[in-house]
Design a binder for this molecule. Structure first.
Ligand SMILES: [Zn+2]
Length: 121
C-alpha cells in the first residue's frame, strides 16, 4: 500500500506494519475501554505486544508529548492571553487530564512505530 507510512498509522490508530488493521480496539480515545489494544494486528497478524513491558518505553513518548503540549499552551497564554495569565496553572491541570487518553494512545502507537517498519511491497 503506497499511502502507508509511520505518521499516518500513528495518527489514525492503525498497525505500523500494514496500515490497515486497528491498533486499539476502541475507535475513539474517549471511551471506557480506550486502553484496550489488539495483541496482534487483525489484518496482517503483526505482533503489537513484542515483549512484556515493551510499552514502558512509551512513557518517554508521553513525557515528550506533554512537554510539547505544555510549551504550546504556555506560548498561547504568553502571546494571546497574557492578561489572563493567572489562569494558566488553573486551566493547565484540566487540559492535561482531558489529554490523558489521547496521549496514552498516541504514545503507545508512536513507540511501536519506532521499532516496526512499514511493509514495502
Ligand atoms: Zn497490520
Amino acid at each position: 500500500m503506497s499511502t502507508n507510512n509511520r505518521l499516518r498509522s500513528v495518527l489514525l490508530n492503525k498497525c505500523p506494519r500494514c496500515g490497515q488493521g486497528d491498533f486499539f480496539i476502541s475507535k475513539t480515545a474517549f471511551s471506557r475501554n480506550f486502553d484496550k489494544m489488539h495483541r496482534h494486528c487483525p489484518h496482517c497478524g503483526e505482533n503489537l505486544v513484542p515483549e512484556p513491558g515493551f510499552y514502558q518505553g512509551a512513557l518517554y513518548m508521553s513525557y515528550a508529548l506533554y512537554t510539547a503540549i505544555l510549551l504550546a499552551y504556555f506560548f498561547v497564554f504568553s502571546y494571546f492571553l497574557s492578561e489572563y495569565y493567572d489562569y494558566f496553572l488553573i486551566t493547565l491541570v484540566p487540559v492535561f487530564i482531558l489529554m490523558t487518553p489521547l496521549a496514552y494512545r498516541l504514545a503507545r502507537r508512536s513507540w511501536l512505530a519506532l521499532f516496526s517498519a512499514p511493509k514495502t511491497a
